[in-house]
Design a binder for this molecule. Sequence first.
Ligand code: ASP
Ligand code: MG
Length: 467
Amino acid sequence: MKFGGTSVEGATAFQNAARIVSERRELRPVVVVSAMAGFTDALLASVKEALHGDASSAASTLEKHFDRHLRVIEALLSSEAQRMRNLIEQSRSEINERLHAMAVETDQDDNQRKRFADAVASFGERLSAAMLSAVLVENKVSSTDVDARLCIVTDDEYGCAAPLIGETFRRTREQLQPLLESRSVPVLGGFIGATLGGETTTLGRGGSDYSAAIIGAALAAEEIQIWTDVPGVLTADPRVAPKARTVPKLSFEEAAELAYFGAKVLHPKTLQPAIERNIPVRICNSRAPESGSTLVVAETEKSPQTVKAIAHKTGVTTVQVTSARMLGAYGFLRALFEVFDQHRTAVDVVTTSEVSVSLSLDDISALPSIVAELEKLGSVNVEEKRAILCIVGEGLRSTPGIAARIFSTISDINVSLISQGASRINLTFAVEEARAREAVTRLHREFFEDSDEEASKYLTAEIETAV
Ligand code: ASP
Ligand code: MG
């Protein structure tokens, strides 16, 4: 069970997380927790400031965050309170010492700076793990705070270290199995690890999901639960489609297609260890644990209404390159993509014809130079203020008429860049940004709100069996 930063943002959230764990303790959970929301940002900002030479001011920006921790302790702990206050005090002075040492160090190289940043950032997860474990104990749930650095062994790429899987699995089992056997709930910080030499590392921002997937895989868990502040994956953005509801079940493939649009919920890379071992991942809402969740599994059946979710993203730019030189030639696409490669710009959706290529970009900071280069290859047309819509569902693979239904629902809206991925579980296209909301609303109504009784029965049944 992994709890993100907003699920431990204050006393109420900690209490809530502890209750959720406690109610499921018969399932023998292992808990992975993030830093309190905003604390990692603050720690990394203090590192920057110290590197600029101002350690005292860097340290003072952290005071309000230590106070936040202390408030949780005052609100929730009694027998554990003093031990936790001491831990906060000790961490505060250790961080201060490190910040001061770093501020006077004049000739550190980039690697030393990153190593220093990881050491400081690690306190966020270390403190929240110790505190959540203490809150569990206070609630009469046997629990052990486990230093994640004893489990997750990584290379020395500070700032985005890669776990050494074999050794990590071995140590994770060694550390956690005895605790599970003795019915003590292990609580570990996500995001952090250590090199073989014992230096603290981090797995990259947002890395706690990855930690949870690795630990779940090491223990061959029945399920990996990501507890967050949204009700799982929704059929559409609820700000656009107010009747959006939780999708009960998705395949990893479907979830990966959606990740680009709601990347915050689940990043496919972080799920890799779970995917490889076929461990289902459930996205649960820590604010409303009974209100439904999304289960992500290796294979799902198609849903009666075929479409499972409609995602969209605004602020997209599309670029079209047309050249007769493309016809029958080779090397053209390589030359074209090399331009994006050189400018380190990610391309998202791509479609091609014999003589033209269209693609979509999020990041247009290098667009002027990209266009100048592309003009050497053909004529270039840029369209700003576009939106990408993505319709996902296993059934798109095999159900005739779905594309017709999609496009006739929005027949008066101009679509471009139509693409169906190789997996054929998605249909993606671009529309004018100004019409994106309308397109999503209409498609949601068509596929989810007017849907027949059978479909709604299916959804209700799935939600009831979830959690
Ligand atoms: N606390 C870390 C971060 O903010 C890791 C995480 O929350 O997943 O990036
Ligand atoms: Mg997070």
